[in-house]
Design a protein around this ligand. Sequence first.
Ligand SMILES: Cc1cc2nc3c(=O)[nH]c(=O)nc-3n(C[C@H](O)[C@H](O)[C@H](O)COP(=O)(O)OP(=O)(O)OC[C@H]3O[C@@H](n4cnc5c(N)ncnc54)[C@H](O)[C@@H]3O)c2cc1C
Length: 468
Amino acid sequence: MSSFDFDLFVIGGGSGGVRAARMAAGRGARVALAETLGTDGLGGTCVNVGCIPKKLYSYAAHYHDAFNESRGFGWELDGAPTFNWSTLKANRAKEIGRLNGVYANLLRGSGVTVLNGFARIDGPHALTVATLNADGTPGHQSFTAANILIATGGTPFVPHFTGREHVITSNEVFDLEPFPQRLLVVGGGYIACEFASIFNGLGAKVTQLYRGEQVLRGFDDEIRHFVAGEMVKTGVDLRLNADVVDVRKTDEGLHVECEGGNTVMADAVLYATGRKPNVQGLGLEAVGVAQGAQGEVMVDEHYRTNVPSIWAVGDVTNRVQLTPVALGEAMVVVDQLFGPAPGKTPRSMGYEFIPTAVFTHPSIGTVGYSEAQAREKFGAVTVFRSEFKALRHTLSGSSERTLMKLIVDTASDRVVGLHMVGAEAGEIVQGFAVAMKAGATKAVFDSTIGIHPTAAEEFVTMREPVKS
Ligand SMILES: Cc1cc2nc3c(=O)[nH]c(=O)nc-3n(C[C@H](O)[C@H](O)[C@H](O)COP(=O)(O)OP(=O)(O)OC[C@H]3O[C@@H](n4cnc5c(N)ncnc54)[C@H](O)[C@@H]3O)c2cc1C
């Protein structure tokens, strides 16, 4: 046994940290995990203020359409259904509390020592955790560890402008009080678009401002334009090439002045303008851990920093900021440190075909290259496209449309991009991602029998290219 207090000390109890701690302990390592927010924060961003509460709120927002659309199927509702924001918030908080407890039990059950407090790195093998003494006064505990894993995630970034103190971020939006009848969302990334759709569905009058030409930079251009159009159809007042100059509090609400002199009145202003790595106060400079321009921790392909005993995974490395990516990276570190699971080889992470969803209304599901990226990488590509009204909407009265797109590398016939805007896009694209990781060609797609009647069958029945 080493002379260190622990074999692995994990800083941060989010997606990456919990996974690494649990798996390392399962391999027989002596593991500690420090979480600033204590056991209430276990699960990190995803569980507390990210993926999970957001998806729950997205489900809530979908009922708005479901009630309206049910009439076309013969349902008669007595009066207009009403929405109770307090009930949603309370039920969400209860479920998140349950999940925090599940994480705490999983860690304790695996033998991980869980510490409540902010951890700082003092040296390649030394840490201090700021804790509270029994009498409630601030205290601290020092530890040594053979290896340290930084899994501290990220935090919302809000630029400087007059009135910045009046705006909120995704951290606060879930518990907003009262419900914002008028919400201004600033930003064009997936988080901004999702909250615009969610609050629009819940009944708020939503304005979304984005300073760029189109929302969702990095996604396939056609998908971006299509989903933006669908969001506008649902009622989101999307204003592109627009930015905030200042925000002032008035008796009528928040008065937001935009570039060019336009103004917006809102009850709440949500800034979703990017995230930055959580590295403040970690002690990285003193220990000499190399950082990038945004403060992100620099790592090699095994997530080891330039200080050999210090590793980093997840959002703090500012690569692909998704929970399943943080989980995958954590497994690579555990395999490197403590060996792979019995009978397995050490894992590695591939970033090429990571599927992802955007829970806008309608949602996006995507895997692989956008059309522009594919042209750049492969040269000649063949594009297949299908746009239609989903069967459900033949009776629902909704004008929502679905778009599906396949990008094929012409030389190899391999499907290298698959994109969709429509209901349950994430659920549909997950399965296709497996086929694409396995190198499926368009010929394989063509020889696959569809499931009828579904929207997903379109992906295996597109025969005529629209572009090559
Ligand atoms: C609104 C929103 C929606 C999202 N939706 C999705 C989605 O639908 N799908 C998806 O895959 N991803 C989604 N994400 C991204 C996902 O939440 C993150 O990629 C993921 O949580 C990253 O995990 P992590 O382990 O790197 O960090 P985190 O989960 O952020 O965990 C870091 C933890 O470290 C703690 N910590 C920080 N510093 C210290 C310290 N010095 N000492 C002790 N503890 C510390 C923090 O309190 C936090 O609990 C969303 C994010 C947001 C903000």
